[in-house]
Write a protein that binds this ligand. Sequence first.
Ligand code: DON
Length: 322
Amino acid sequence: LITRALQNELIIPSWQEFCQHIKDIFLKCRDITDGKVATYIPQLSRVDPNKWGVSICTVDGQRASWGDCKEPFCFQSISKAFNYAIAASELGADVVHSYVGQEPSGRLFNEICLDNNDKPHNPMVNSGAIIVTALINNKLNLADRFDSMINAYRQIAGGEYIGFNNAVFLSERQTADRNYALSYYMKEKKCFPPETTNLTDALDFYFQLCSLETNCEALSVMAATLANGGVCPITEERCVKNRPCRDVLSLMNSCGMYDYSGQFSFHVGLPAKSGVSGNLMIVIPNLVGIAIWSPPLDLLGNSVRGVAFCKELITRFNFHTY
Ligand code: DON
């Protein structure tokens, strides 16, 4: 990084100026007080709604952060993007997509519905995500599967903070009627791989991955790994294969923001994934990964400040893909 800086070869040469813009956007969005934190589990309902963090990491490893960038939050639905990238890196796109589609569902993320082929619509809705997690290392026992996933997450994060929130896991498991209903429906429709013989185990693994924790700093490195074609910019290690990296960004672009994905793609034009903890990851391919955390959500389940941040970003920079 230092050599590149001295040779004036940084991907964002006017770093101070760029960071000043991000800071301005950060301060502007801090004034927004709309939205409500998720209340379906006590652990999320107790989070301070004023928390506000932003971190950025470029594909050549320049870093900056503002606000509550070291405070932990759980991945929730952002895990769906990484689970897919890891599963597709291991098994290949063809195997994964023999179980799950690529089409936006046009329905709520946890709705009990399948596509015309009786497959979940895509890996970013609950049904698809449950099937994707059921494909990962499914010949191993649960403990080894968990170990291998947390290690894969840590590798993508360049060794930065990835933890596990057991209270969130236990709560998720206790309020899981919809996910059980979804899974029994999918079992009836033969959506699961043959290795899945126990739905409780399959769902526990899915809840465990939703309950992994990170912070804005680490999540920005993970986003930057996706921006960098699957190679972590901090360690220069390849953690996601080329093709799954491209594919996960396509899916994030079309399905990453719940039922706001079409509008987000229209207005912002960047691949992104949000989670119910108020986290949001945005990938600007070949440039920078951005991680945002602000717990209050809009009616569609996206972080209010997060979406406002993205819109403001696009008014200042021509990052919109189209
Ligand atoms: O499965 C659930 O209901 C939640 N834990 C999913 C988390 C989330 O962010 C909502 N997602 N799509």
